[in-house]
Ligand binder design. Sequence first.
Ligand SMILES: *[C@@H]1O[C@H](CO)[C@@H](O)[C@H](O)[C@H]1NC(C)=O
Ligand SMILES: *[C@@H]1O[C@H](CO)[C@@H](O)[C@H](O)[C@H]1NC(C)=O
Ligand SMILES: *[C@@H]1O[C@H](CO)[C@@H](O)[C@H](O)[C@H]1NC(C)=O
Length: 401
Amino acid sequence: MVNFVLIVILCFINGNLGSNSEENPINDKLPEDGRFNFTQLARKYGHHAMEYKVTTEDGYILGLFRIRGKNRRNKKRLPVLLMHGIADSSDAWLIRGNLSLGITLANSGYDIWFGNIRGNRYSRNHVKLDPDKDVQFWDFSFHENGYYDLPIIIDKVLKETGFKKLNAIGFSQGNTIFYVLCSTRPEYNSKINVMMALAPICYLQNVRLPLSYIISISPVLYDLLSDLGINEVANDNSLLNTFEKIICTLPDIGYDVCIEKIMFPFTGYDSEELEPSFVPVLVGHFPTSTALKSLYHFAQVGYRRIFGQFDYGISGNLENYNSTIPPIYDLNLVTTKIVLYVCLNDKISTVEDVQILRSRLPNVVRYIVSPRWMCNHIDNVWGKHMYDYLFPYVYEVLESY
Ligand SMILES: *[C@@H]1O[C@H](CO)[C@@H](O)[C@H](O)[C@H]1NC(C)=O
Ligand SMILES: *[C@@H]1O[C@H](CO)[C@@H](O)[C@H](O)[C@H]1NC(C)=O
Ligand SMILES: *[C@@H]1O[C@H](CO)[C@@H](O)[C@H](O)[C@H]1NC(C)=O
C-alpha cells in the first residue's frame, strides 16, 4: 500500500511544475492520435469539429466542440451532450477513432456536443485569472463544474440548436456534475430529456482498495500537498505527464508498470479492452489538468459517506455556508430522467454505490448492468469493443426517451 501512496505523492508533487504552454518535445514521439487535438482527431476520422467558447458567471472560459453528423435525415433528433471524466477532456470521446462513441454517433448523424470543464487543456482560461500565476484559478471542485460550467454549456447548446432540451451522456465525474446542477439549480431538470450515466459516480463508500485506502488518508495528503503549494494536478507539460509519456510508452515494461501496476488496480483489470498499442495514444490525452481540490472533494464524499458540498472544517464552513456542516445535495430535486449503466468489475463506481444512488434518485428510468462481466471503469470511454457492450444501449436510450 505504501508504494501506492508514494506514487500518488510523487505524481502530485510534480503536478504543477513546468506549466508554461510551450510545446512539449516529448509529444513528437507519440503516434498521430496521441498528438492530435480534438479538431485534428475529428478531421482524421471524417468530421469537421466546430469550436465554441463559453464564459461562466465566475469568469472561466470553456472550450466546447460540436460535430454535426453528416446524415441528418431526422432533424427532430435532440442534440447530444457528452461530458468527460476527471482529469480528462473531450478528447476521451474520440481517441478510439472509428471505434469511439463520438465518431460512431457522428457517423449515425447525431448533432453531438462535447463539453470541457474548467482547468482542462481546452478550458484553461479565465477573463481575469492566470492559471499559471493565480492560485484562485484552481480553487474549484466538481461543485463549480456542476454549478457554473455545466449550465452555461447546456444553455449554449440549446441556443445554437434551437431545441428546448438535450440528451446527455456523462462518464464518471461527467455524470456527478449533473446531480450537482439539477439539485442546486432545479430549473435545469427540464432542459435535459434524459441523462445516461456511464460508470455513475455519486456515493463512494464502497470503492475498492487501493483507492479506498487513499481516500482514508486523503485529509493528510491534501494538507501536505496544499502546504507544498500544489493546486493544479497533471498539467499537460508537468513532469508527471512527461514521465508518463516516457515510461508508459516503453516497450513491454511500460504497459506492465503504467497499466497493470498503476491503472488497473484503481479501475479494475481488463487488459483485453486496453491493449498495449493504445497506450501511446492514451498518454497523449490523459491525464490533463484539474484541481487538487476536486480530487479531495470526491475523497470527502467517500469518507463522509455523504454527497455534499466541500467540507472546509467548522470555521471554513461557517464562513462559506453559514453552517458548521456543508450543505447536502438534495437528490430528490434531480427529477430529470436518468439511465444508470454500471460495470461489474468497476472498482471506483461499484455496484453497491450505484445501488445507493439508484435508491435515492427519484427518476431512474433504466438500470443497465454491462453484459461484459470484465468491464471496468475506463472501458466506458476507452474500451476497444465498446460497440459490443455499450453502444447498443446508448442508441437504445437515445431513441427511446
Ligand atoms: C488543434 O491544432 C491545430 C494545429 O496545430 C490548431 O490550428 C487548432 O487551433 C487546434 N485546435 C484546438 C481546439 O486546440
Ligand atoms: C474510419 O472508418 C471509415 C469508414 O469505414 C474509413 O473510411 C476510414 O478510412 C477509417 N479511418 C481510419 C483512420 O481508420
Ligand atoms: C446565519 O445563520 C443564522 C442561524 O441559522 C441566521 O440567524 C443568520 O441570519 C444567518 N446569517 C446570514 C448572513 O445568512
